[in-house]
Design a protein around this ligand. Structure first.
Ligand SMILES: Cc1ncc(COP(=O)(O)O)c(C=O)c1O
Length: 437
């Protein structure tokens, strides 16, 4: 690692600062997705010039070990030679046709073969599109209006999913987390705390359960930090949705192909009706998908009357990158190696946090640190979350050439290409931060 230190020990980023300031004049907040602005961290974001393996380089020449990995998309790190080759090769023959290509069949067959609950699959461009389509499909299939989601679970930014619980379980009275969402839309999305058996039982015995089209959830949550499901919580959801005639939708945009080749559903032995995929399935390109039972997927146009479309859906460059990624993931020992690296990072930190006011939670290669709480099972457990301490940690690591996901509510991601020496450097840095807490 070659770090450009200033006298104050922090990395110098004059060019990043300039580009960010110029961007603010023409792009709202200077960024094309809010978390990139580092607004809550009191920092000017770095502007990235390139990435290779587990490293990114900013426009000022500073290197960072990347533990965000494009929010979990890059399970083989940056610019993996075989993924690059697959994409470049396709580009030489044309990058978009707006018409079917053979590679779409190849990757569809591959996913159907790998994930037993997926009998058919439709490719889209973003996780937001996948979950939005899943909502429409569930409503079209069941003829019912309501969706149940869980507080702290993020499913992209379509109107009906930008909703959290407001006054809690008892009233099931959700509030939109964005202006511009109409009261009618809000009324059709219900919220429960995650891992709360009593709240779920109460909901499923209420009259609203009969109006339910679907329950959507992140089976392992990555958007309120990493929160696994309680034993039997997913089983209960499966039983109850089936009993009331609603669909169970797993949003595996993060967990799909990360928690093993069959995702969270394989890990926990649950068969959802629909699955949303994203991130890893595009090998670093904008790809997502909705898959599931044949009778439900066949409700999509042109076979059925639930409309969904996309100019760039199934884009062949992105499909080739995704297909190559799935091929690489099936090589022997890949997931074991990623898990080994994740443990190498997490285990010493877990030990160091035992007698501190904080904890680390990890499932496979998803993990993060929480300050101010000792255990997180649901979003409501984060009332005392110490975001200021997280911002301090982020700053501390950032100045040492370590880039973690820039939010106290987000997972960090380990890739197959993280070097042991880089992980050890990150562990040493985090331990020294914890000692100084
Ligand atoms: C679980 C989950 N679902 C959906 C999305 C939305 O995906 P996208 O950002 O590709 O629209 C995200 C994004 O991070 C996510 O984490």
């Amino acid at each position: 690692m070659q770090l450009q230190q200033t006298e104050h020990g922090s990395l110098s980023r004059p060019r990043s600062r300039q580009i960010y300031a110029d961007s603010c004049a023409v792009i709202p907040g200077g960024v094309n997705s809010p978390a990139r602005s580092f607004a809550k961290l009191g920092l000017t974001p770095m502007i990235v010039a390139s990435g290779m393996g587990d490293l990114i380089l900013d426009v000022d020449g500073n290197e960072y070990i990347d533990f965000c990995c494009s929010w979990g998309s890059l399970i083989f790190g940056h610019a993996h030679p075989q993924i690059v080759q697959a994409a470049v090769q396709q580009m030489q023959f044309g990058s978009s046709f707006g018409i079917a290509t053979e590679v779409e069949l190849q990757i569809a067959r591959q996913v159907v073969q790998l994930i037993p609950s997926i009998e058919k699959i439709r490719f889209v461009n973003s996780g937001t599109e996948a979950t939005m389509t899943a909502m429409r499909l569930a409503r079209g299939y069941t003829g019912r209006p309501k969706i149940l989601k869980f507080t702290g679970h993020y499913h992209g930014h379509s109107d009906s999913l930008l909703i959290q619980a407001g006054s809690g379980v008892a009233s099931l009275n959700p509030l939109a987390t964005s202006k511009g969402v109409t009261p009618n839309t809000i009324a059709d999305t219900l919220c429960c705390p995650f891992n709360d058996f009593a709240a779920l039982r109460a909901f499923f015995s209420s009259p609203e359960a009969k109006l339910l089209a679907a329950v959507i959830l992140e089976p392992v949550t990555g958007n309120m930090g990493v929160v696994p499901p309680e034993p039997l919580f997913l089983q209960m959801l499966q039983q109850e949705t089936k009993r009331v005639g609603a669909l169970l939708i797993f949003d595996e945009v993060i967990t799909g192909f990360r928690l093993g080749i069959t995702g969270a559903q394989g890990l926990y032995g649950i068969t959802p009706d629909l699955t949303c995929l994203g991130k890893i399935i595009g090998g670093g390109f904008p790809v997502a998908a909705i898959g599931g039972r044949r009778d439900i997927l066949d409700c999509l146009a042109p076979l059925g009357h639930v409309y969904q479309a996309g100019t760039l859906s199934g884009n062949p460059v992105a499909m080739q990158a995704g297909l190559k990624t799935l091929e690489l993931l099936q090589q022997p020992g890949v997931y074991e190696e990623i898990e080994r690296k994740a443990k190498r990072l997490a285990d010493p930190i877990e030990a160091a946090l035992r007698d501190k006011n904080g904890c680390i939670q990890r499932v496979g290669s998803m993990l993060n640190l929480f300050f101010g709480v000792k255990s997180v099972r649901k979003r409501e457990d984060l009332a005392q979350l110490d975001e200021a301490m997280f911002a301090k940690l982020f700053n501390y690591l950032f100045d040492r050439g370590i880039y973690i996901s820039p939010s106290a509510y987000e997972s960090w991601f380990i890739s197959h290409v993280h070097l042991d020496s880089h992980i050890d450097y990150a562990v040493d840095s985090i331990l020294s931060f914890i000692r100084g807490m």
